[in-house]
Design a protein around this ligand. Structure first.
Ligand code: SF4
Length: 418
């Protein structure tokens, strides 16, 4: 199956789930991504995944991460939990040698714990480390690198990201940073000083399509980590931007691939009956796209690492899983915020941040990480928090293409995250 047809396979599957949604028609654009080096298996017949003990001696397939030229596993470790010695050692056995941390994960401890672990294992040179920072300006980004290196006890980062570009703390026009002379010079300077090898950004905000396009035009961004899952494939703007970034040979790393982890047991059980689980199928939906080089996944237990590794070994989605994901998307799209608050925000007259607030609610409810959710919520402006209960969301709800009960969800967020 060609990459192009694999992408259509995914696209068409979600189209079924998205049928009838206002303003969310599927893309008609096509990708020309024959450079993708993900090892692809013909998975036309559904295959039950092997139990964990048959992973012995097997490694996760690899792909070249865009213009970096670095070969990485198609499944990499997110750092939203402690990457301790046992976890890291098992990951390395499976070929997962790429770890993604940040200044703010685990209250700043994700870098520290990974740094100590790699010191103990003595294999810094064998791993690819990404860390991230929320800079206010280019000088701040340069300053921030020293904190990252100190916490990780290393001399260099393999990649350094502008973190969560487009979130509330950034200026509205921050996507333009990605094609500006100042930010280009930041990347070049840090590379020249050998503090970083590659420069990128992460993004899950509504400006993601704009940011990807700016990065493609700017030419100095090496890799991007962005929100992408079976729910987001039906966005014309996002798919055009991904095509453009791919054409510019930017390394593409998908995150938040579970699409909100909404519990819907009746549907989740259907996956298990077929010999795999819902999480594995959502990963395979992203790999099947053909444009994504790797998936960054938070894997908080050895069991999840192994299940995800098994999915990576059978990385193309089957017909059965495709149908189950269609049903799952249809039944749950209205329960999870898709981060497109450029659509709903113009319809409220107060400084509330709908996309940010509902993402923090997702961290609390679906990711079961109330500490991170509350910490992020507490950093929102007082005005944005105070306005939550005083805002009339009726027009925003009419505009929401996914029919979210925004009023109820925002009230729920205010109660749980305060
Ligand atoms: S509430 Fe609806 S329109 Fe607003 S960000 Fe969420 S999914 Fe998008």
């Amino acid at each position: 199956m060609s990459n192009c047809s694999r992408r259509n396979f995914l696209k068409n599957s979600v189209l079924l789930g998205a049928a009838g949604m206002i303003g969310c028609s599927s893309t008609s654009s096509d990708s020309n991504n024959t450079n993708s080096s993900v090892e692809v298996k013909d998975n036309s017949a559904p295959t039950a995944l092997e139990p964990p003990n048959t992973l012995a001696g097997k490694k996760v397939p690899t792909a070249v991460l865009g213009k970096t030229g670095v070969t990485v596993p198609i499944l990499v470790h997110g750092g939203g939990y402690e990457l301790n010695t046992v976890m890291v050692a098992r990951a390395l056995e499976l070929g997962i040698n790429y770890f993604d941390v940040a200044d703010c994960y685990l209250g700043g401890q994700s870098e520290v714990v990974l740094g100590k672990t790699l010191q103990k294992l003595g294999n810094r040179k064998d791993v690819f480390i990404v860390s991230k920072y929320h800079p206010k300006n280019p000088a701040d980004m340069i300053e921030g690198i020293n904190g990252r290196l100190n916490s990780l006890q290393t001399d260099y980062l393999d990649a350094y990201y502008l973190h969560q570009l487009g979130d509330g703390e950034y200026p509205k026009d921050c996507a333009n940073w990605l094609k500006s002379k100042e930010w280009k010079e930041v990347g070049e300077r840090l590379k020249k000083e050998k503090k970083i090898k590659f420069f990128g950004f992460s993004c899950h905000a509504a400006n993601l399509p704009e940011a990807l396009e700016a990065a493609a035009e700017g030419g100095f961004i090496d890799l991007v980590m962005f929100r992408y899952n079976f729910r987001s494939v039906n966005s014309d703007a996002l798919n055009r931007a991904i095509d453009k970034a791919k054409k510019a040979n930017i390394g593409l790393v998908a995150m938040k691939t579970q699409g909100g982890r909404v519990s819907f047991q009746a549907k989740a059980d259907g996956f298990k009956e077929k010999g795999f689980n819902q999480a594995q199928s959502t990963l395979k939906a992203v790999w099947s796209d053909g444009r994504i080089d790797t998936i960054c996944s938070n894997m908080p237990s050895l069991q999840i690492v192994q299940e995800n590794a098994m999915a990576a070994l059978e990385n193309q989605i089957s017909e059965v899983e495709r149908k189950l994901l269609d049903e799952y998307a249809r039944e749950t799209n209205h329960l999870v915020c898709h981060g497109c608050d450029n659509i709903c925000s113009p319809h409220v007259s107060t400084p509330v941040k709908i996309g940010d607030t509902l993402r923090y609610l997702m961290y609390h409810d679906n990711y079961q990480d109330p500490i991170m959710a509350k910490s992020l919520y507490s950093k929102m402006s007082v005005d944005a928090r105070n306005a939550i209960l005083a805002t009339d969301y009726r027009q925003a709800e009419l505009a929401c293409p996914h029919n979210l009960n925004i009023s109820k969800m925002m009230a729920d967020a205010a109660k749980k995250l305060a």
